[in-house]
Design a protein around this ligand. Structure first.
Ligand SMILES: Cc1cc2nc3c(=O)[nH]c(=O)nc-3n(C[C@H](O)[C@H](O)[C@H](O)COP(=O)(O)OP(=O)(O)OC[C@H]3O[C@@H](n4cnc5c(N)ncnc54)[C@H](O)[C@@H]3O)c2cc1C
Length: 333
C-alpha cells in the first residue's frame, strides 16, 4: 500500500483512563517525530460518547482526530475495531500507526498489521525517524540481550506498539485546536464473535501506599463505617490505595496500616483526593509531597480545603458516590 501522506496516527486507547496515559505519551512522541516526517499528528478514537477523549487528545497535541462514535462500539471489540482501522487506513493511507502496548493493544496491533500486510514492532523502547524518513523502531530482542533497531522499508503503515511510561506526555493545553473528522460506522462491519458477559478488576497484590500514584484519603467527615466503604471502592476503581486519618482508625473503619500522618505513613502520590478531612497538622505533614490535591469538605474554611489545588464544597459521601458512578460509566464495569 502506498501512503497518501506522511501523517502519524495514534490509536486512542482510553480504557482505564486514570492510570493508562499511554495514548497521551504516544501523541507527545508523535509530536516530536512529525516535523521529521512532515505529516500531521492524528488520533483515532472509536467508541460511544467519546467526546471528552477527543478533546483530551487535542489538548495533548493531536492536530486531527478521526472519530467513529456509535453504540455498537461501546465495548472495546477486537473484530469491529480491527475492521474499522483497516478501512480507515486504506482510505487515508498514513505513514505510521502507533498503538499502546496495553492488554488490548497487544492483541489489536498484530491483527491490524496482518490485515494490512505490513510490519509491526512490538514493545518499542524508542522511536525516531532516520535520514530516509523511515521510523527507527527500537525494541529489546532475544530476551532483552540485544537492542534491535527495526525498519519497515517497503510496506505501510509502519506500525509499532509502545509500553506505557516509555515517553512523557505533554501538558494539557485547553486552548489547543484540532480538526475532528467524524466517520460513519460502516454497514458491513463484522459481527463480534465474542460476547462480553461481565468484566471486573483483578484484586491488587500487596502494594504499599507509599508507592502508589493515587491515594484516596477519607476522614471522620465520611460519617460511618458503612459510608466509608465508598472510599475503598473509589480507590479500587482508580487503582489507588486508601489513606485515612486517626479518628477513622480509632472508629475501626480502616486498619492502622492505612493511617496517613505523623503517626502513620508519609505519602507522595501524583493525585490525592481527600474526603471529609479537616487538615490537622499531624495529618497534612505527611502529604506535602503530593503533586495534586483535591479536597472535598462541607466546610470551605477547613485547612485541608486551603491546602488543596482544587477545593470542592460538598457532602463527602455524595461526592465520592458521584465520582464512583462516573468512573463506572467510563470504564464500562
Ligand atoms: C500526637 C498526635 C499524633 C497524631 N497523629 C496523627 C496522624 O498520624 N494522622 C492523622 O490523621 N491524625 C493524627 N492525629 C490526629 C489529628 O490531630 C486530627 O485529630 C485528625 O487528623 C483529624 O481527623 P479528621 O480530619 O478525619 O477529623 P476532623 O478533624 O473531625 O474533621 C472532619 C472534617 O470533615 C468535615 N465534614 C464533616 N461532615 C462532612 C460531610 N458530610 N461532608 C464533607 N465534609 C464533612 C468537617 O468539616 C471536618 O473538616 C494526631 C494527634 C496527635 C495529638
Amino acid at each position: 500500500m502506498k501512503t497518501l501522506n506522511r501523517d502519524i496516527w495514534v490509536f486512542g486507547d482510553y480504557r482505564n483512563y486514570f492510570q493508562n496515559r499511554v495514548t497521551l505519551q504516544l501523541l507527545a512522541r508523535a509530536g516530536e517525530l512529525a516535523p521529521k516526517t512532515g505529516g500531521s499528528i492524528c488520533a483515532i478514537v472509536f467508541g460511544h460518547d467519546i467526546g471528552e477523549y477527543v478533546s483530551e487528545y487535542i489538548a495533548h497535541g493531536a492536530e486531527k482526530v478521526y472519530v467513529v462514535d456509535h453504540p455498537q462500539l461501546k465495548q472495546y471489540s477486537i473484530e469491529a475495531y480491527t475492521g474499522l482501522m483497516e478501512r480507515l487506513i486504506k482510505a487515508h493511507r498514513p505513514e505510521i500507526l502507533l498503538i499502546g502496548a496495553t492488554c488490548f493493544g497487544k492483541e489489536y496491533a498484530p491483527k491490524v498489521a496482518k490485515r494490512l500486510k505490513t510490519g509491526l514492532t512490538a514493545d518499542c523502547i524508542d522511536l525516531d525517524i532516520n535520514k530516509d524518513g523511515l521510523m527507527i523502531q527500537t525494541s529489546p530482542s532475544f530476551g532483552g540481550n540485544l537492542i534491535a533497531e527495526i525498519l519497515t522499508p517497503n510496506n505501510r503503515p509502519q506500525i509499532a506498539t509502545v509500553r506505557a511510561g516509555t515517553f512523557q506526555e505533554i501538558s494539557h493545553n485547553a486552548d489547543a485546536k484540532g480538526e475532528v473528522i467524524s466517520m460513519p460506522i460502516p454497514d458491513d462491519l463484522p459481527m463480534e464473535r465474542v460476547r462480553l458477559i461481565r468484566s471486573e478488576r483483578l484484586p491488587k497484590k500487596g502494594r504499599k501506599i507509599e508507592d502508589t500514584s493515587v491515594v484516596i484519603c477519607g476522614g471522620r467527615g465520611m460519617g460511618s463505617k458503612q459510608k466509608f466503604k465508598k472510599i475503598f471502592e473509589l480507590a479500587h476503581l482508580m487503582d489507588g490505595e486508601v489513606g485515612v486519618t486517626r479518628p477513622v482508625v480509632h472508629a475501626g473503619w480502616s486498619g492502622p496500616n492505612t493511617l496517613v500522618g505523623q503517626a502513620g505513613r508519609q505519602i507522595s502520590p501524583k493525585i490525592l483526593i481527600s474526603f471529609g478531612i479537616s487538615g490537622a497538622i499531624q495529618h497534612t505533614a505527611a502529604i506535602d509531597d503530593a503533586d495534586f490535591i483535591i479536597a472535598v469538605n462541607k466546610n470551605p474554611n477547613a485547612t485541608m480545603m486551603k491546602l488543596a489545588d482544587v477545593a470542592v464544597v460538598a457532602d463527602a459521601n455524595q461526592a465520592c458516590l458521584a465520582i464512583i458512578k462516573e468512573i463506572k460509566k467510563k470504564i464500562q464495569l
